[in-house]
Design a protein around this ligand. Structure first.
Ligand SMILES: Nc1ncnc2c1ncn2[C@@H]1O[C@H](COP(=O)(O)OP(=O)(O)O)[C@@H](O)[C@H]1O
Ligand SMILES: [Mg+2]
Length: 636
């Protein structure tokens, strides 16, 4: 930027006037070159100003600006847009790299200790230019809309712009319908925690019935009672780190604590193992002196350490920990959580779990629950589908039409069985098919449409709307649990990344998947509900599944061989799924060794078991190693 661009006095950044020159550059960009815009907004800045004063507010803006400048490259332009809003224009840059910058910046903000110990969060909206974008302002506009989405989904997040220009878009699902009795039970549990100590609530129900939605509604009450809300989210293949899914939320929580609280937590903890200190770097915990406990006792000492940190932490701030989709939780994580709860006593910790029913089918989680309830009072809420009246309310609210014809309402509620996810998808599908037009001359024609019989069929009918390539790309994405990267699908289909990304546009628009930023800063896609993923997987025959996992296994193995991190478990997972005994045994053993190195006993045992199974099947096993594995398994 030329030195003649006016600068903002507070932050030293160029002001929005700089956008004019950037716009000229944008209009001259070569065909096919994408630019990206990032819009950043400081969460609750008004409140910070009111509570801590304008001087503190100004200082915080300077700090944010500094962190921003630290992360942008030479060719990027960081601008103070006005108030607490910043903009970064990334010349000749697609959203992939832009997301990377955004993720690093967000991380820096989370790590920074701000003036006066104020907790500061930022929300980010990101958009990439399309070929048809003439002016930079249209890209900014998209980024701004993404920012709006990101705030709506909860602060402190990055959202991508998603084009929702089609008709499904004006359906509204923001209202939380009914569930007052269940919400009250949750609130009561929190009240009890504040008075008497640790409690647990288990919410069960069929997929799509609204478990996740119900428990996230508790956030508001938590904020009201001064209780922090931390979330552990599980996929079928958990995170790479041991205990990460339990500890990660606590770690994030610790980072947002004011300095004084952090010091108080640290001082009431006593000396800990180096690994515990390493888990909570921002606490600056004192490490044990003298010889460390022997190897065999170390695991328990570690558990004790973590429990002590939790006790100190919840002594300062009460915490609600949400464990969503318990059925997929790692046993080792549950083991640690159980230990914390057991030593909890009067700890102000509310553990809220959701699980798919029948939860009894998930044997490990179920027996763990049996143990947990011996130490912690546990309430179970079994969520039923919405009754007719409330289902009808949800439909009317979604269409913003209180005067829907009764028979149309009845058809939809009957068909959906009151399952909110079903209602949602059904409305989208009908709206798309033109059967539920909005506007002045409302047009509700249901007669000619044959309504689908179940969620699976409904989802399939939505998938039928996709062009074959989009569907194929989604199907490949369904292979890996959790989120999937464009790299993976473009590899599996042998098509260029750009084409794979294009093929994802339509599923994104339809809300079948949404974009997220992976921890390494790449955009990845996640199915908006597991129902979609399981439908897609069913479309693949057993033999093609095996073949695909085999190719994917080789692909990950190759990347792992080049030194890419955190891929070992994925390689092993793929080879186990492809039933290639020899490869599966080899990598299961490596994964077991890696798990051992990070003291993840449950992971280690799980991989060793697979090793034993596949090594036996391959018939080529080194009998000595096999025998050793048996012994190790016995010890674990
Ligand atoms: N009480 C409710 N009011 C409005 N929408 C709801 C309600 N419960 C669930 N939904 C919506 O239905 C969909 C499925 O809910 P979700 O909580 O993901 O189900 P589950 O976790 O049980 O599989 C979500 O889009 C959610 O927002
Ligand atoms: Mg859920």
């Amino acid at each position: 930027m030329g030195s003649d661009a006016p600068q903002d006095r507070l932050t030293g950044l160029p002001t929005r006037a700089a956008l004019d020159e950037l716009d000229r550059g944008f209009r001259r960009r070569p065909a096919g070159e994408p630019w990206s815009a990032l819009v950043i907004d400081v969460d609750d800045f008004k409140m910070i100003n009111d509570v801590f004063g304008h001087l503190a507010g100004d200082r915080i803006l300077q700090q944010v600006a500094y962190l921003l400048v630290r992360n942008v490259r030479q060719t990027d332009e960081a601008i103070r847009f006005g108030g607490d809003e910043f903009v970064v224009i990334l010349r000749g840059t697609g959203k992939l790299q832009a997301a990377n910058l955004a993720a690093r910046f967000l991380e820096d903000v989370q790590r920074e200790s701000f003036q006066g110990g104020v907790r500061v969060g930022v929300s980010l909206g990101l958009a990439e230019s399309a070929e048809e974008d003439r002016a930079l302002s249209s890209v900014l506009d998209k980024a701004d809309r993404a920012l709006y989405d990101s705030k709506a989904r909860g602060k402190g997040k990055i959202a991508f712009f998603q084009d929702r220009s089609d008709r499904e878009a004006d359906l509204s699902f923001d209202h939380f319908v009914n569930r007052q009795a269940e919400l009250k039970e949750l609130r009561t549990a929190l009240d009890e925690v504040l008075e008497k100590g640790c409690r647990a609530v288990l919410v069960t129900g069929e997929p799509g019935v609204g478990k996740t939605r119900l428990v996230t509604e508790l956030r508001h009450y938590c904020a009201f009672r001064g209780c922090a809300f931390a979330e552990a989210k599980y996929d079928e293949v958990g995170g790479a780190e041991p205990f990460g899914l339990v500890l990660e939320p606590f770690r994030a929580l610790v980072e947002t604590l004011p300095e004084a609280d952090r010091e108080a937590v640290a001082s009431s903890c006593g000396p800990v193992l180096p690994e515990t200190a390493g888990l909570f770097p921002s606490l600056g915990l004192v490490q044990r002196e003298g010889p460390l406990p022997p190897e065999w006792a170390r695991g328990r000492v570690f558990y004790g350490d973590v429990a002590a940190v939790m006790r100190a932490l919840t002594g300062r701030v009460p915490v609600t920990l949400l464990v969503d989709d318990l059925q997929w939780a790692h046993l080792q994580d549950l083991d640690l959580l159980g230990y914390i709860a057991r030593s909890a006593g009067p700890m102000r910790l509310l553990i809220v779990m959701t699980a798919r029913s029948p939860v009894e089918d998930y044997r490990e989680a179920w027996s763990w629950l049996g143990v947990l309830r011996r130490f912690v009072p546990l309430v179970r809420i079994d969520l039923r589908p919405l009754d007719e009246e409330h289902a009808a309310n949800m439909v009317m609210l979604a269409l913003r039409d209180p005067q829907m014809p009764q028979e149309v309402l009845e058809t939809i509620t009957r068909q959906s069985g009151g399952n909110p996810y079903y209602i949602r998808e059904l409305l989208k599908s009908l709206r798309r098919g033109g059967a539920l037009e909005g506007g002045a001359d409302r047009d509700y024609r249901l007669g000619s449409e044959k309504l689908p019989d179940g969620i699976a069929q409904l989802v399939r009918s939505r998938l039928d709307l996709l062009d074959p390539e989009s569907r194929e790309v989604l199907r490949m994405g369904a292979l890996m649990p959790g989120s999937f990267g464009i790299d993976t699908v473009s590899f599996l289909l042998g098509i260029p990344r750009l084409r794979a990304a294009r093929a994802l546009d339509e599923p994104l628009r339809m809300g079948l998947v949404h974009e997220e930023v992976s921890p390494s800063g790449e955009p990845v896609c996640r199915f908006n509900h597991d129902c979609v993923r399981s439908c897609l997987l069913e479309e693949l025959s057993a033999s093609s599944l095996k073949a695909l996992y085999s190719r994917l296994g080789r692909h990950y193995e190759w990347r792992w061989g080049k030194g890419e991190e955190n891929l070992l478990a994925q390689v092993a997972y793929c080879y186990c799924e492809s039933h290639e005994a020899e490869k599966a045994a080899e990598f299961a053993l490596l994964a077991a060794e890696e798990a051992k190195a990070r003291r993840a006993a449950f992971d280690q045992a799980a991989w060793l078991e697979r090793f034993v199974r596949f090594a036996g099947a391959s018939g080529k096993a080194d009998t000595e190693r096999l025998f050793e594995a048996w012994l190790e398994l016995g010890d674990l």
